[in-house]
Design a protein around this ligand. Structure first.
Ligand SMILES: Cc1cc2nc3c(=O)[nH]c(=O)nc-3n(C[C@H](O)[C@H](O)[C@H](O)COP(=O)(O)OP(=O)(O)OC[C@H]3O[C@@H](n4cnc5c(N)ncnc54)[C@H](O)[C@@H]3O)c2cc1C
Length: 516
């Protein structure tokens, strides 16, 4: 092992400016085994037994894509990073002789990818492998969502969800700008169509103020002037809401991870997990993988992955289908902004909204109807294993008893386009039945506790060497970048990052649910 300290303290060293001797090594060796802290201006190259040298091309890049680590954090993580880099240089093979990764991440959705980016940012030199069962990334929730960059108006002031959403919206827009990913800050209107909704709109306005969200209140006349095709008694206009294609965001994240030396194995389903005293052994479709630590971000399969790893959980994932229709090209400009109803506190999800898409289209939806298949997107999809795991879970029946009215109404809306249309026409009367074209769906992983309550906040389960993200609810796509950092904080520090006064999972908020 060789340790190299540059004579002169430097704040950052780009790969091109590193020592010429190191530069002569083949790029494939330039992947592992270094730590650099730009706080105390130490630049350290560890040349490990297998001659891997890390010059962290991504380190300079990640500084561009992510806000600077605070000095405090850099110093706090120095010891951990030192220990990790040193152990990595000393022993990077498992007992069986196969490669021992520092971190294995299950799941190539936006949360898994953001966690990998945060690891590379915080632990330069750590070896990371992501296992994704599908041939492409973002095939499930991340690639089937509304594509909205939420502003965070709905969440309880001071809550973790509110903080992450706000930070996440900014981080997402910054990431898109830096990676030339198209996005648009088109704003969103929350439209009240009757007096009950006007009252709820006032509660929402209060929340917007407390959450420090930039908004404007529109009268009936102003609403008509701004959006002639939208009818309502009044509206709140949230300026900072935007739109993006999260699958494109994921592709850029994957490029950054791979350029930084991370490995992404697509088409690699995890089949078994065994935690042992030195790390975690993961049996996958492409053979066993050994890692010192495991982070599981498996979305719709997160409960199965946790159970597979022997983690005790008191919830199950229940799939909720969010069904959309695409409007025809002639109606793609029916509104300039996104149009949302005022959320109903009796319903666990938001109502059907009109959403512009970044490719110039317009969708209407989604509803939230109980699904019978976690990954079956076609209408009527049914998977016996998914139905069995749902119906043998007592929490499911308790949830069903509590929410049967809204469940029936959602099933009816799903079965009848006319009923679905009636929901949309409340605020967009010009829509006709023929406008509801090309049905498509996303499926939300909803964690339900054994007492039947829906989990509306993050739910983590942690063991000595594993962290399972058991619930990453909407707007987890917006908040993914800070969620990734939070996951890594938990992993590194072994302690929960909690919002003030928030329990590990916050049950259904009394007033408003999270947006979809
Ligand atoms: C209809 C709908 C609309 C939404 N709209 C928005 C929105 O507008 N804005 C917003 O911010 N959020 C929105 N959300 C929420 C957001 O999309 C999700 O919270 C977020 O995408 C979750 O990301 P994830 O990485 O946790 O899960 P996923 O994207 O589901 O990724 C999990 C990954 O794990 C993989 N995996 C599972 N099992 C295994 C295994 N055994 N081995 C290997 N890999 C495995 C899966 O294949 C998958 O790729 C919406 C969600 C839905 C369903």
């Amino acid at each position: 092992m060789r340790i190299f300290f540059p004579a002169k303290p430097q704040r950052s060293i780009a790969p091109e400016t590193a020592t010429s001797g190191v530069q002569k090594l083949q790029p494939r060796f330039l992947q592992r085994g270094s730590f650099r802290s730009d706080g105390p201006a130490i630049y350290l190259l560890l040349i490990s037994r297998d001659h891997g040298v890390d010059m962290r091309p991504q380190a300079t890049r990640s500084r561009a894509t992510c806000p600077r680590l605070t000095t405090k954090l850099r110093h706090k993580n120095f010891k951990t990073a030192w220990r990790s880099s040193a152990s990595l240089a000393i022993g990077s093979k498992s007992e069986s002789g196969s490669k021992m990764y520092d971190y294995c991440i299950i799941g190539g959705g936006i949360v898994g990818l953001a966690a990998a980016m945060a690891l590379q940012e915080r632990m330069p030199g750590a070896s990371i492998v992501i296992l994704e069962k599908e041939p492409e990334l973002a095939r499930h929730q991340t690639g089937h969502n509304s594509g909205v960059i939420h502003a965070g108006i709905y969440y309880a002031p001071g809550s973790l969800k509110a903080k992450l959403c706000r930070e996440g919206a900014e981080a997402t827009k910054r990431f898109c700008t830096e990676n030339r990913i198209p996005f648009e800050t088109c704003g969103k209107l929350l439209v009240a169509t009757d007096h009950a909704e006007m009252q709820r709109m006032e509660a929402l306005e209060d929340r917007a103020r407390q959450n420090d969200i930039d908004y404007a209140r529109l009268s009936t006349a102003q609403l008509r002037t701004d959006e002639p095709n939208i009818a309502g008694l009044g509206a709140l206009f949230v300026h900072s809401t935007g739109i993006v294609d999260y699958a494109i965001v994921c592709r850029a994240m994957a490029r950054a991870i791979e350029t930084g030396g991370g490995e992404i194995r697509r088409g690699t389903a995890v089949k078994a997990i065994h935690e042992h005293e030195k790390g975690v052994r993961i049996e996958s479709a492409s053979g066993p993988v050994e890692a010192r630590r495991l982070i599981a971000c498996a979305g719709l399969q997160s409960d199965r992955i946790a159970l597979m790893a022997g983690v005790k959980i008191s919830h199950r994932i229940v799939p909720f289908r969010g069904e959309y229709y695409a409007l025809p090209a002639s109606k793609a400009k029916v509104t300039q902004r996104l149009i949302y109803p005022i959320p109903d506190p009796d319903l666990p999800f938001l109502g059907i909204h009109l959403t512009r898409t970044i490719d110039g289209g317009m969708t209407v939806g989604p509803n939230a109807v109980l699904g019978f298949s976690r990954e079956g997107y076609a209408k009527g999809s049914f998977a016996i294993a998914d139905v069995a795991s749902m119906t043998t879970f007592p929490g499911f029946w308790k949830m069903a008893r509590r929410n049967w009215r809204s469940a029936i109404s959602e099933f009816a809306n799903s079965a009848s386009r006319a009923r679905y249309l009636a929901e949309c026409r409340k605020y967009c009367p010009s829509l006709t039945i023929d406008d509801l074209q090309s049905p498509q769906a996303g499926i939300r992983a909803q964690a339900v506790m054994d007492d039947g309550s829906l989990v509306h906040d993050f739910l983590f389960k942690q063991t000595e060497r594993m962290l399972h993200v058991c619930n990453a609810p909407s707007p987890a796509a917006t908040s993914a970048i800070p969620i990734g950092r939070m996951i890594v904080d938990r992993m590194l520090e072994g302690e929960a990052t909690k919002a003030p006064a928030a329990p590990e999972h916050a049950r259904a908020p009394s007033v408003l649910a999270g947006p979809v």
